[in-house]
Design a protein around this ligand. Structure first.
Ligand code: LLP
Length: 407
């Protein structure tokens, strides 16, 4: 098998362990469902990501972790300790990043709908405000300039280029085409640069892209970096940074494992593309910003759940668990696959649908799955749930938000 990304899970004598601890021991003291995260695995992915960038000769890499993937404060504090900055998309995320101790000068603010109060808060964060507002429209640039003028400050801005490339991923998480609401077309960026009124209290410090999430194919990444580089040459202004966004995928299935780009391959692709399209043609040496989310936290987390009961309808068998689509919406929203693993392995297998308690047919974690026969109270884990799990949870059906534990 290619590309085995480390996970905290391992069977020992048919019993599931998490970071070497028996899962039943961890779960016995707690009510389910809950999210369980591994600090060790988090460290591994951050360090691997950062060191891979250094190894590939990327100048001064700045990792701005995409907080939306997992905004648990302990996770953020750990990432801060490891040297990470943050990519935020709301004042809520910004406040969390600051509460974790992340320096505002290591924070970029993305998102199409930054409001006046959010811009003001970001501008006033720390002595110099945040590292960059990654601007997604001309209207936003105008507003940032106005607010900065009122505050007698200079706002640091970068344009988020919409590079018009189609990333091969689920349509809900592809962001790099002009039909998507994200970023600005090159022509609009060039026009905005020529309007002096937009630049009285703003300064252009960088350019950014982000073409989508759960990317496994690197072709679109190369095409987007080419567009980013061409624009950087065309504007002929010294830039402090080029931000290549996030998006690197993880393996949720065996099929994905076969085609997945490893962290090293991703870094090599980014490095080669930047050299070819940018550095070979320029004297400038902007630092490179990354906005990884899923690759740093996806594998470190699982959702731990217990079987409520089983049920049979003619030839259909259901295993009903206490975690639902309100806890982990990815299967319902993107038809995403998350492996469900029994705490105890056994030879007595059954074909079953694993479903949650929510009153929706989409509340299903797997159809016709082969699993050991499970009974009320048995533990299962839903794997690879560290990214876009808890952060997308809701209280639908008046259910509580599942707690999180970092080991
Ligand atoms: N930067 C920006 C501007 C983004 O919008 C995103 C993700 C990222 C970075 C981080 O992307 P990542 O490295 O995590 O792929 N809820 C979906 C994913 C939505 C991603 C939204 N933007 C899911 O569960 O698959």
């Amino acid at each position: 098998m290619k590309n085995i990304l480390p996970t905290p899970l391992q069977y020992k004598k048919n019993k599931l362990t998490f970071d070497g601890l028996y899962l039943d021991k961890i779960a016995n003291k707690r009510t389910t469902p809950f999210y369980l995260y591994s600090k060790k695995t988090l460290d591994f992915y951050y360090k691997t990501f950062f060191q891979s960038a250094v190894k590939q000769g990327i100048p001064e890499p700045l990792v701005c972790y995409a907080v939306k993937a997992n905004s648990n404060i302990e996770v953020l504090k750990r990432l801060k300790k490891l040297g990470s900055g943050a990519d935020v998309v709301s004042v809520g995320e910004l406040k969390k990043a600051l509460a974790a101790g992340i320096d505002p000068q290591r924070i970029v603010f993305s998102g199409v709908a930054k409001t006046e109060s959010e811009i003001l808060f970001a501008l006033k964060s720390g002595k110099k405000g945040i590292y960059s507002f990654n601007v997604e429209s001309i209207e936003e640039l105008e507003l940032i300039n106005q607010i900065a003028k009122k505050e007698k400050r200079i706002a640091r801005v970068a344009f988020r280029l919409n590079p018009q490339v189609a990333a091969k991923t689920h349509k809900h998480i592809s962001t790099g085409n002009k039909t998507h609401k994200f970023g600005l077309l090159k022509i609009d960026i060039l026009e905005a640069l020529a309007v002096p009124g937009f630049w009285t209290n703003t300064t252009l410090v960088g350019l950014s892209i982000h073409i989508g999430s759960q990317l496994t194919d690197m072709k679109a990444t190369v095409a987007a970096i080419k567009e980013l580089s061409n624009l950087a040459h065309e504007i002929e202004l010294p830039l402090e940074f080029l931000d290549v966004g996030g998006g690197l995928g993880i393996d949720y299935t065996d099929e994905e494992r076969m085609k997945l780009a490893s962290i090293d391959l991703y870094m090599k692709t980014v490095s080669v593309a930047l050299k070819k399209f940018y550095f070979d043609k320029s004297e400038d040496t902007p630092r490179i910003v990354f906005e990884p989310g899923r690759i740093l936290v996806g594998k470190m987390g699982v959702l731990v759940s217990r079987v409520v009961r089983t049920k049979t309808s003619d030839n259909c068998h259901f295993t009903i668990i206490d975690a639902g689509m309100n806890d982990l919406i990815r299967p319902a929203l993107y038809e995403a696959h998350h492996e469900v693993l029994p705490e105890t392995k056994s030879k007595k297998m059954i074909t079953t649908d694993i479903v949650g308690p929510i009153c929706e047919t989409a509340d299903c974690f797997g159809s016709k799955k082969k699993l050991p026969t499970l009974k009320t109270g048995d533990l299962v884990v839903i794997d690879n749930a560290g990214a876009y799990g808890q952060t997308m949870a809701s209280t639908y059906n008046e259910r509580a938000i599942a707690p999180e534990i970092l080991i």
